[in-house]
Design a protein around this ligand. Structure first.
Ligand code: ZN
Length: 87
């Protein structure tokens, strides 16, 4: 089964494999570095059974930082603050 491959929006490089991925509820946040132009990005996927899961850590600290930041943003969106008074 394929991994969570993505394409680079900057240079068009396709089938870029994630450097790492971390579980995020029913999904997974993957971090990528383009092998061609070196740009870093993340992508949030729904977990697909049988698909190759990337390692949850990477020595690429830039990718790791971006990936964890995106996972935190996703969690914040799924669990909005409930103590905000109604307008
Ligand atoms: Zn690229």
């Amino acid at each position: 089964m394929p991994a969570y491959l993505d394409s680079c929006e900057r240079c068009g490089q396709y089938d870029v494999a994630p450097s790492a991925g971390i579980a995020d509820g029913d999904g997974i946040v993957c971090g990528y570095r383009c092998p061609a132009c070196r740009v870093v990005w993340t992508c949030s996927w729904m977990t697909v059974p049988g698909r190759i899961t990337p390692p949850d850590t990477t020595t690429d600290r830039h990718v790791a930082a971006l990936m964890h930041e995106q996972a935190a943003i996703n969690r914040a969106h799924k669990h909005p603050a409930r103590d905000t008074p109604a307008a």
